[in-house]
Design a protein around this ligand. Sequence first.
Ligand code: GLC
Length: 440
Amino acid sequence: MRFERSHTRKAAFLAVASSLALLATACGGDDGSSGSGGSSSANALEGRGPITLASGKDTSGNLQNQLNAWNAAHPTEKVELKELPDDADAQRQQMVQNAQNQSDAYSVLVMDVVWTSEFAANQWITQIPEDKVPDLGKLVPATVETAKYRDKLYGVPITSDGGLLYYRKDLLTAAGITDAPKTWDELLADCQKVAATPGGKGLNCYAGQFEKYEGLTVNFSEAVNSAGGQIVDKDGKPNVDTPEALAGLQELQNGFKTGAIPKAAITYKEEESRRAFQDGKLLFLRNWPYVYSLANKTDGSSKIAGKFAVAPLPGKDGPGVSSLGGHDYAISSFAKNKATAVDFINFMASEAQQKDNLSKTSLAPTWASLYDDPTLIKQFPYLPQLKASIASAQPRPRVVKYGDVTAAIQQAAYDALSKGTDPKTALSGLQTKLESLITQ
Ligand code: GLC
């Protein structure tokens, strides 16, 4: 009897324990993370059928063609594009809202590389076992890192991004300048020289993206990094109250004060600044690789096709440091048909798709060997430089509270550039704010 009773108790205990274990797996508790999201268990990558792709506005014009190719081959697992705004912060906001509502409206998310920690920690996106992505080892390692949170993969890098200096080669040549500037001081001196030539009339010197949104975080970070500073140090601690960061911010502030950067640039995002360059209004432009194809179009949309070239960003004593940009495809935890989503992501990551997309759009691929492909280098002579720029690019802070961190950076930089706030005061205020947000 004794034995029987204890046996029964043991059986009951085992039944409870195993259902608790099942529950833990179903809730994604197996990776030790906590959050408000759905399952992050690898077992949940199931289900086949139609899916959606939530993506920022496709300025390249080729995304729908890629989706059409997938759809033609997968008639029962079609992907429908849900196009979001072109401003990265607005995209994030819609994706966060979608996740907080636990909606299944977005299956695959085209995520800016800076959102991974926040989305993974909240379990808004699903962990992807590395063996489900056969080509992962073929991708540029720095891009794969952007898709990881606590060493686990939460997305697959589909496009990368590195900042480039676009310049009017025709106008530099006419002013007797043979090489692109390597430093910010050389760039300013080149502007003076070109201003004295007939082609320099009505031309502005330089623009980047200075509207108050993610692009400002990028441009501010590049100015700080290129002047030898850091936003966070190697241990992840905020580090902006430094002479180097000050030099970077002053460079931009002085640019606005002296008119080297036109006033209008305070309203520029990627597209506004690209249009100014294409309309022949700028000598130098900081922008991403996607601009190369569009600015070279000969259909009348660009006034400068064939007249410009591309160089690394300028720095203090030599080339500067780019921010690491790009997009990873992740699977919403609340999505249906996750098995289809994984296959679709692998299709977009494939060498064939990446090669075709690069040659049509000049969007930076994540497939490493494409940067060394002679045919592609002929079409895009800057590919080797871009490869080096991405490999040495500085990631923005990889933190769970990234939304708050970038908002604080944007506020400090915007105040200094648009209101003339003393840069030292702006940076010490930013340091205090970042210390309260980044506690690792
Ligand atoms: C590009 C980059 C992205 C960055 C954004 C800023 O889309 O790929 O990483 O955050 O520009 O506007």
